[in-house]
Design a protein around this ligand. Structure first.
Ligand code: FE
Ligand code: MN
Length: 437
C-alpha cells in the first residue's frame, strides 16, 4: 500500500512538472487530465424505463425551425408536442426514427423531429414522444444582433468536461458550436449514450451545432467498414437545408452570421463534393444580410503546438481551401484537435494579412487524453496567444461591425477570462472589399 502511495506521488509529481511546461501565463500550473465520468451510464441503467426520452438535444434546421433529437431504448412515437407556455403543448410535429448497428451493439431508437416555424428569441416548452413525458424548454436565437456563441472543441466526458459545461451554462449563450471530437467513445458505443446524457441539460436548452473530428470516424477494417456511423445517426445537422449532400459539412445562418461547418476527414480536394459545396455556399453569402462569416473545422490550419504537426487533414486541407476562405473574406476560422488554446493574428499563406481570417484553436474542452503542452519555440510572430489549459470560448457579436472574442480558462474549477480581443468584421473594412471573391 505504502509502495503504491509512493508510486502515485511520483506519478502526480511527474504530471505536475510535465503540465507546468509551455507558454502563456507561467504562474498557472496546468492540471492533469481527469477520468471519464461513468455516472451517466449508471443513471442510464437505473432510470431507463425503455420509452422515456433520453439524450435530448436540439439544432437549427433552416431559418426558423428547430430539430429535436432524442433516443429511447424501446420503440416510442416520433412526435414532439410544443408551445410557448409551460404545459400548453398546443402544437405538434412528427419526424423520423432511425437505428444503427455497430459490431454487437444495437442503438436505441433515434428520433428526429423538426418543429416550426418558430418565433426568434422566444422560449418554447416541449415534450418528446408522449404528451405526459418530461417537459424541456429552449430559447430560439435572436433574429438580429447581438448574438452570443459558445465555442468548444474536443469535449469528451470527464471531470474537466463537467467543469467546462458548467461555465458555459452560466454564459447565457444563444448557440453552441463544437468543432469536433465529441464523446471520445472510441468504438465503445455505450459511451455515445453516456455523452448524450451528460450534455442533455445544455443541449436540450440551446441549439448545438457540431462538426466531426477523428474520434467520430470509428471505422474498423472488415468489421465495420463504414465511417461516422454513430455520429451521423446521432448528430444530424442541417445539411439538406444548406444544399449539402453530406452530414459531414453544412452551413447555417443566424442573426447576421453565416457559419460554414467543414469536415476534416472527408474529401476536400478541388473537384470533390465538399470543395464544390464550399465554393457554392460561400458564393451565396450576402454580406449585407450576414456581415459576419465564420468557418469551423476540426483540424487546425494554423498551429504552433507540437501536437498534430504535418497531418494531411491540416496541411492538405489548408492547401486546398485557404484561397477560397481568404477570397470570401472569412472573419474567423475555429478549430479543435489540438488540446490547447491558440489565437493567431489575421493571416493568409502564413503571413500577417489585414484581410485574412483570425485562426483560433479551441480544442481544450476537457477530454480524457489531456492537454497538448509542448509548443514550438520560438513562438511564431503570427501566433498572438497560446496556452495549454482546459477552457472554452465565447464570441459575442454586438452588431454588423464589432464582436468580442473571449477565451475562458478553467482555473481549476473556476472560469477565468484569460484572452480577449475585439474583432471587426471584414465586411466593414472597405480596404478588404476590392479583393472580395
Ligand atoms: Fe481531440
Ligand atoms: Mn482530434
Amino acid at each position: 500500500m505504502l509502495i503504491m502511495k509512493g508510486f502515485l506521488a511520483v506519478l502526480s509529481f511527474a504530471a505536475a512538472v510535465y503540465y507546468s511546461g509551455g507558454f502563456g501565463s507561467a504562474a498557472y500550473k496546468r492540471p492533469p487530465p481527469r477520468e471519464t465520468l461513468f455516472r451517466p451510464l449508471l443513471d442510464a441503467l437505473e432510470d431507463d424505463d425503455g420509452t422515456s426520452p433520453q439524450q435530448v438535444h436540439i439544432s437549427l434546421s433552416g431559418e426558423n425551425n428547430m430539430r429535436i433529437s432524442w433516443i429511447t431504448s424501446d420503440s416510442s412515437p416520433d412526435v414532439v408536442y410544443y408551445g410557448t407556455s409551460p404545459g400548453a403543448n398546443t402544437r405538434s410535429a412528427n419526424g423520423t426514427i432511425d437505428r444503427y448497428d455497430y459490431l454487437t451493439y444495437v442503438s436505441g431508437e433515434i428520433h428526429n423531429v423538426i418543429i416550426g416555424p418558430l418565433t426568434p428569441d422566444t422560449v418554447y416548452y416541449y415534450r418528446c414522444g408522449w404528451i405526459s413525458s418530461t417537459e424541456f424548454n429552449f430559447k430560439t436565437p435572436p433574429s438580429q444582433f447581438p448574438i452570443k456563441f459558445a465555442i468548444i472543441g474536443d469535449l469528451g466526458q470527464t471531470g474537466w468536461t463537467n467543469s467546462t459545461l458548467q461555465h458555459i451554462s452560466k454564459s447565457n449563450y444563444d448557440i453552441l458550436v463544437l468543432p469536433g471530437d465529441l464523446s471520445y467513445a472510441d468504438f465503445i458505443q455505450r459511451l455515445w449514450d453516456t455523452f448524450g446524457r451528460l450534455v442533455q441539460p445544455l443541449a436540450s436548452n440551446r441549439p448545438w451545432m457540431v462538426t466531426q473530428g477523428n474520434h467520430e470516424i470509428e471505422e474498423i477494417p472488415i468489421l465495420h467498414s463504414e465511417s461516422f456511423t454513430s455520429y451521423n445517426a446521432r448528430w444530424v445537422m442541417p445539411y439538406k437545408e444548406s444544399n449539402s449532400s453530406s452530414n459531414l459539412y453544412y452551413s447555417f445562418e443566424v442573426a447576421g452570421v453565416h457559419v460554414v461547418m467543414l469536415g476534416s476527414y472527408t474529401d476536400f480536394e478541388p473537384g470533390s463534393d465538399q470543395y464544390r459545396w464550399v465554393q457554392a455556399d460561400l458564393n451565396m453569402v450576402d454580406r449585407r444580410k450576414t456581415p459576419w462569416l465564420i468557418v469551423v473545422v476540426h483540424a487546425p490550419w494554423y498551429n504552433s503546438n507540437e501536437a498534430h504537426q504535418g497531418e494531411s487533414e491540416s496541411v492538405d486541407m489548408k492547401k486546398a481551401l485557404e484561397d477560397l476562405i481568404y477570397g470570401a473574406r472569412v472573419d474567423a476560422v475555429f478549430a479543435g484537435h489540438v488540446h490547447a488554446y491558440e489565437r493567431f493574428v489575421r493571416v493568409y499563406k502564413d503571413k500577417a494579412d489585414a484581410c485574412g481570417p483570425v485562426y483560433i484553436t479551441i480544442g481544450d474542452g476537457g477530454n480524457r487524453e489531456g492537454l497538448a503542452s509542448k509548443y514550438m519555440d520560438p513562438q511564431p510572430k503570427i501566433s498572438a496567444f497560446r496556452e495549454a489549459s482546459f477552457g472554452h470560448g465565447q464570441f459575442e457579436i454586438f452588431n454588423a461591425t464589432h464582436g468580442l472574442w473571449t477565451w475562458h480558462r478553467n482555473d481549476d474549477d473556476i472560469s477565468v477570462a484569460s484572452d480577449q480581443i475585439w474583432l471587426k468584421s471584414l465586411a466593414s473594412i472597405s480596404a478588404c472589399h476590392d479583393i472580395t471573391a
